[in-house]
Design a protein around this ligand. Structure first.
Ligand code: ADP
Length: 616
């Protein structure tokens, strides 16, 4: 229940005014309903000539009369007056017209009350989706392990839909039905307290019995289900062993074995079907018995002239009116019960969604962030160690200084921790031990946004979005001018292929850029980095997946991008790091060698071995 109120508070409260309107319209609809049926009383009286008494008009508010007495008296007076002036048939027409008109008003209000709830039904689901999506954007990369990704997608689709079907559609029912029930019950009480009391005591027992019988009858037999899987198992076995069955001439034997299962299944399901077809007649019979009992009881009271609470009892037409309202109250009760049953299922889904929404974001801005300012000096790793959430220790005791304007290459075999090391700089993950400083400031003392502003990424798999060429290059820069985007594309050796496209910069590149070749995608992502113009560049095997021809063009673009910037590059192809100012060799999460290419070759250690392997 707590979850339900949280849902109402968080998601429904912005739509309060719609709920308000729905309440008003539902009240009107119920009132019109009651009034339209109340005309049945005089109509029946006229039709059967039951009304012989002559009524005088009593002014409203006269002392000595209750409102009910005045209402009945004056209504009868009016109808009597109308009959005297226009005749009984015309009166009948007039009353019928009124019933139709009242019903029109009632149904219009009924429609309105559901229509004003539509923005809630659709809006709440949209709000939940958007909230989950924004949470995905906010949570750190470390949150999204492979299994979590699948899980989140399941929650986005399955669970949000479940909330939609079982909760937001129930909100309408939850608002509407209590109002209808209260008003109808109020009316019943007003018409006849005795009969209402009788119904209230007796009907629930009956409804309960009907429910129990209905459920028992509709229940599918578990036995029939298990027989079904036996059947399938036999078919599967036969398919697999067909060769043996034929070789041993065992067709007959298999067939009679199969007939055995199908036959017992036939008998079981026949019983289930019989019970199922019994459900409806039984419920109809019980329903009628219930009405008959109310009729008998009411009829007896009419004949006696007194209710068992001692009041004057109602006449026959009023009794029929009572029955009509009693009948009207059944549907809202059913709907309310349905809504109440549906909610727990939706709440279970809501709980799963809340697990994501309540996930704590571990990468936060500090309370009092330092200003980043311009990047002037260096990036320093001080005794940095890192362990993934699953307890896997990946980096140990990393000490490293990257001076402004230098290019540092990180090499090592796969799994050595290269990607993890560069992921620590933009705080995709936080260090487990030690610290990382930019110009002497711990990166955790800066605003995350400011920190990432300093950096540009080019990855092995360029990450592009289903958007135009322009949109992809200008991805990280707000309001980039066309001119600056072109300039960036030119520097990135990309302009040529862009202009060859039919719509140039407006061409859509497809999902993740499928309409481009690998080298073209890479050049777009370089153009994106050029446009952002960050002082620090992080390159992750940017040319590893390209053929030699495109590698040359891309490398050229990269060289332009790297000049005058501080670069940290992960490299597999050692040929690309010959010019690095320093090469860091990682092995099982530790720096084992460092220096320039020639020095490391001369050293004859890890780097030399890696280099020799590649030369082969
Ligand atoms: P490299 O880039 O040198 O190939 P990585 O930094 O990608 O190495 O990975 C280093 C080690 O950390 C590997 O053993 C890898 O399995 C592990 N690892 C990488 N990412 C995660 C993660 N999100 N959760 C747990 N372990 C990870």
């Amino acid at each position: 229940m707590k979850e339900f109120f949280r849902l109402l508070r968080e998601y429904v409260s912005p739509y309060k005014k719609y709920v308000g309107w729905s309440v008003v319209l539902n009240i009107l609809s119920a009132v019109f309903n009651v009034f339209s049926f109340s005309f049945i009383i005089p109509m029946l009286n006229i039709l059967f000539g039951l009304e012989t008494q002559v009524y005088e008009f009593i002014p409203w508010g006269s002392a000595g009369y209750s409102f009910k007495e005045l209402l009945i008296n004056n209504a009868y007076w009016y109808v009597g007056d109308f009959i005297a002036r226009h005749g009984a048939i015309n009166t009948l027409f007039m009353l019928s017209g009124l019933v139709a008109f009242m019903t029109l008003l009632k149904t219009a209000c009924y429609f309105g009350s559901s229509a004003v709830m539509v923005p809630i039904r659709t809006g709440v689901v949209k709000d939940i989706r958007l909230k989950v999506y924004n949470k995905i954007l906010a949570l750190p990369i470390g949150f999204f392990s492979q299994e979590r990704k699948g899980d989140i997608i399941a929650r986005m689709s399955g669970d949000v839909n479940e909330v939609e079907t079982s909760i937001t559609s129930s909100i309408d029912l939850l608002v509407k039905n209590p109002i209808l029930i209260i008003i109808y019950f109020g009316t019943l009480l007003y018409i006849s307290p005795s009969l209402t009391l009788f119904t209230v005591i007796f009907a629930p027992i009956f409804i309960w019995i009907m429910g129990v019988i209905g459920r028992t009858l509709k229940r599918k037999s578990l036995e029939a289900q298990s027989l079904w899987s036996d059947t399938m198992a036999q078919v599967e076995e036969t398919l697999g062993g067909l060769r043996v069955v034929k070789a041993f001439n065992a067709e007959k034997k298999m067939s009679s074995r199969f007939e055995g299962v199908t036959d017992s299944m036939k008998k079981k399901t026949a019983r289930v079907f019989l019970r199922q077809v019994l459900a409806h007649p039984v419920s109809e019979f019980l329903g009628t018995v219930m009405i008959v009992i109310v009729l008998c009881f009411g009829g007896a009271l009419i004949l006696r002239g007194k209710g068992f609470l001692g009041e004057d009892f109602i006449d026959a037409p009023t009794f029929i009116f009572f029955m009509v309202i009693l009948y009207s109250v059944i549907a809202p009760i059913k709907e309310l019960a349905k809504a109440i049953y549906a909610i727990p299922k939706g709440l279970a889904s809501m709980e799963r969604i809340n697990k994501i929404l309540d996930a704590v974001n571990t990468i936060q801005d500090p309370a009092e962030p330092l200003e980043t300012g311009e990047f002037t000096d260096s990036i320093r790793f001080e005794n940095v160690s890192f362990t993934y959430e699953d307890g896997k220790n990946v980096l140990t005791g990393i000490d490293l200084t990257i001076k402004k304007g230098k290019m540092v290459a990180i090499v090592g075999e796969s799994g050595a921790g290269k990607s993890t090391l560069v992921d620590l700089i933009p705080r995709f993950y936080d260090v487990t031990e030690g610290r990382i400083l930019i110009d002497g400031k711990d990166i955790r003392s800066l605003r995350v946004k400011d920190l990432r502003e300093l950096m540009g990424n080019v990855n092995q798999d360029p990450i592009l979005f289903n958007d135009s060429v322009y949109g992809n290059i200008a991805f990280g820069v707000e309001n980039a001018s066309m001119e600056s985007v072109r300039e960036a594309a030119r520097i990135a050796n990309a302009e040529e292929f862009i202009l060859e496209k039919e719509e140039g910069y407006d061409s859509n590149i497809g999902d993740r850029g499928v309409k481009l070749s690998g080298g073209q995608r890479q050049r777009l992502s370089i153009a994106r980095a050029i446009l952002k113009n960050p002082p620090i560049l992080i390159l992750d095997e940017a040319t590893a997946s390209l053929d030699t021809q495109s590698e040359r063009i891309v490398q050229e673009a990269l060289d332009r991008l790297m000049s005058s910037r501080t670069t940290i590059a992960i490299a597999h192809r050692l040929s690309t790091v010959r010019n690095a100012d320093e090469i860091i060799v990682l092995h099982e999460g530790r720096i084992v060698e460092r220096g320039r290419h020639e020095e490391l070759i001369a050293l004859g250690g890890y780097y030399k071995r890696l280099y020799d392997m590649q030369s082969l």
